[in-house]
Design a protein around this ligand. Structure first.
Ligand code: ARG
Length: 373
């Protein structure tokens, strides 16, 4: 339960979003442009919905949550997040459109992109992270978004299966990089056309895996992941195409805190997250549209593409140092700080749970959620 943020959370989760979608492939690609601080466009057509204007929002609720965090249970830092793979943006650009943020005519400024990317590397290193590089490949402009390359589990990489043909060739190079460093590369076996877009759609949290589906990754990939990793997978249905990857709506900070954007998920998924995350930082839609949930935590430093003032205040109260590392040029292709990094130090599998092969643990229903603490 969210003792204090609950009211806001419920409101957000029942927002009648104009863009509610589903996982159907034939859903028309909606177009958006990134602008700083887009205003929320809540529909007011649902009569029963009480729309609380931003100015009346009870920030003190969120503050209380924050205070409780500091006075009650001391959070444990994430066990991962100190080592990243990145890919230099030598061939970066917007040459095709596979998410609502991409418009070929809205070209990134190449020089600025290079500068922002190097600045991000420097900020991550300054925060204490190790950063390794994979060589960029010509004609693979999205290879910079290396979070989608796969999911690291100890010495093993679970290789992604990209939904879009434009990104599929990236996997060959990812696979080579990991194999050359002595890591095992596991492929998803199952249905032929199953897609799974790596860390962009999955995070370990409190002993299980939280995984998004609906736009890029298929729900059926979760059973395969659960079998491969031997952990419970909590499936989160993404319903807003602007937040087409899970990592744009969910950012784990430590074992108690996460930045979350409830408007990106369906109601059942909201209930799951509500039970799993003891103290969430619940974003308003306009805050989420800055991509601030697409952030990376290195110990107590949070490296963010943008930090709306309220979000910054809460993070600071929770003891985080905020480092804003602008990535405006990469937002033009629909990705920010988290998308540009792949954590190399994650261990997800839990041999102690000892699942039998063929018995995936999947939870879609909130009542089934059990916390593995
Ligand atoms: N243009 C890339 C794509 O559409 C952006 C990927 C963003 N990555 C992420 N982890 N959210 O695939």
């Amino acid at each position: 339960m969210f003792p204090d943020a609950r009211g806001k959370f419920e409101r957000a989760s029942c927002l009648p979003c104009t863009l509610q979608g589903n996982s159907d492939d034939d859903m028309p690609l909606q177009k958006f442009r990134y602008v700083d601080h887009l205003l929320p466009f809540y529909l007011k057509e649902e009569q029963s919905l009480i729309v609380i204007e931003r100015s009346q929002m009870d920030n003190s609720n969120q503050s209380k949550t924050a205070n409780q965090a500091s006075t009650s249970v001391e959070p444990t830092p994430l066990s991962w997040g100190k080592s990243y793979l990145m890919c230099p943006p030598d061939y970066f650009g917007v040459f095709y459109e596979i998410n609502p943020w991409m418009h070929r005519e809205n070209r990134p400024d190449f020089e600025l992109a290079i500068e922002q990317w190097h600045n991000l590397v420097a900020n991550l290193r300054r925060a204490g992270a190790k950063v390794e590089m994979i060589e960029p490949v010509k004609e693979l402009p999205d290879m910079v978004y290396v979070a989608n390359a796969g999911l690291v589990d100890g010495q093993r990489l679970i290789l992604s299966r990209f939904r879009h043909a434009e990104r599929q060739p990236e996997s060959i190079y990812t696979s080579q990089w990991f194999q050359a460093r002595g890591r095992e590369v596991a492929e998803l076996v199952g249905e032929d056309d199953i897609s799974f877009e790596g860390c962009g759609d999955a995070f370990p949290f409190r002993g299980s895996l939280l995984a998004g589906y609906g736009f890029r990754s298929d729900l059926s990939s979760h059973a395969v992941l659960s079998r491969l990793l031997g952990v419970t997978v909590h499936s989160v249905k993404l319903i807003d195409p602007r937040f087409y990857h899970f990592d744009i709506s969910f950012s784990p900070l430590d074992n108690r805190h996460a930045i979350i954007n409830p408007a990106a998920w369906d109601r059942a998924s909201n209930a799951i997250i509500e039970q799993l995350v003891p103290e969430p930082l619940v974003l308003e839609l306009d805050e989420a549209l800055t991509f601030c949930a697409n952030s990376v935590v290195v110990d107590k430093v949070i490296v963010m593409p943008a930090c709306p003032p309220r979000v910054g205040r809460i993070l600071e109260r929770w003891g985080y140092d905020v480092c804003v590392s602008p990535v405006s040029e990469f937002l033009k292709a629909g990705g920010a700080v988290r998308c540009l990094t792949l954590p190399l130090d994650m261990t997800i599998s839990n041999p102690a749970m000892n699942y039998k092969e063929g018995e995936p643990k999947l939870l879609h229903e909130s009542e089934n959620v059990q916390l593995d603490l």
